[in-house]
Write a protein that binds this ligand. Structure first.
Ligand SMILES: *[C@@H]1O[C@H](CO)[C@@H](O)[C@H](O)[C@H]1NC(C)=O
Ligand SMILES: *[C@@H]1O[C@H](CO)[C@@H](O)[C@H](O)[C@H]1NC(C)=O
Ligand SMILES: *[C@@H]1O[C@H](CO)[C@@H](O)[C@H](O)[C@H]1NC(C)=O
Length: 232
């Protein structure tokens, strides 16, 4: 099936529902073996493990069919995530939720830590007031910029987390030094020895309410593989 036929197929399915936000189709309509896209989203044939649901005015996470590994939900109005939102895609690798209306209290249960293969979690430009968690140990890239975050949770045990973007939040010195104490002692410097060091490569904290003097003086040593640490 060509891409345009595929799009038309989705449009027809959407048409029969009367509206796009009705997920009551029997899944068998889409066939069993290949990933079955949510009717309002786009799963390109050339990249069938990706589901694109950007700019659809979605208020909640759509049905995510098994087989999807890369999920894009940018520029919607999603303000909550149910505990079971990703129950059929526990092997999801990328979850991109930028530009939505998420608040911490409406992200239910251990919705992220159940995603044991998750590598990228982006929740930039939302309404978060704390970092999200618990997070899966597989995580490599966490981006929570442009929220209202005042508190950071523990990143302990996230051995592959090398890319952390927290810029443009409301992090103050105490929140950051508390979090850094954890990074520092337990994570960042955990494997610090003559030949070992933190794996963090990018850490951005600019656009917060932090002065550099509040951070552990040996931070840069712990972060000596970092090719980007930005504070101001
Ligand atoms: C997961 O799949 C089951 C069986 O197909 C379906 O009933 C359920 O609605 C799906 N859950 C989500 C959140 O998409
Ligand atoms: C969430 O963000 C939107 C847009 O910035 C804002 O209008 C709304 O008041 C925020 N809600 C909360 C609870 O902060
Ligand atoms: C960390 O990354 C390595 C290399 O990609 C991988 O083998 C390992 O399973 C990862 N650890 C976790 C906890 O996911």
């Amino acid at each position: 099936m060509s891409l345009s036929a595929f799009t038309l197929f989705l449009a027809l399915i959407g048409g029969t529902s009367g509206q796009y936000y009705d997920y009551d189709f029997p899944l068998s309509i889409y066939g069993q073996s290949s990933p079955n896209c949510a009717p309002e989203c786009n799963c390109p044939e050339s990249y069938p493990s990706a589901m694109y649901c950007d700019e659809l005015k979605l208020k909640s996470v759509p049905m995510v069919p098994p087989g999807i590994k890369y999920l894009y939900l940018r520029n919607n109005q999603i303000d909550h995530i149910d505990e079971k939102a990703f129950e059929n895609v526990t092997d999801l690798q990328w979850l991109i939720l930028d530009h939505n209306l998420l608040e911490n209290s409406k992200i239910k249960g251990r919705v992220f830590s159940k995603l044991k293969q998750l590598k990228k979690l982006h929740i930039n430009h939302n309404n978060l007031t704390e970092s999200v968690g618990p997070l899966p140990k597989s995580l490599e890239d966490l981006q929570l910029t442009h929220n209202k975050i005042t508190k950071l949770g523990s990143f302990e045990g996230l051995v592959n987390l090398t890319f952390i973007h927290l810029q443009h939040n409301r992090l103050k010195e105490d929140a950051v030094s508390a979090a850094f104490k954890e990074f520092d002692i337990k994570s960042f410097c955990k494997i610090l020895g003559p030949l070992s060091y933190s794996k963090i490569k990018h850490l951005r904290l600019d656009g917060n309410r932090i002065s550099e003097t509040s951070l552990p003086p040996d931070m840069y040593e712990c972060l000596r593989v970092a090719n980007e640490v930005t504070l101001n």
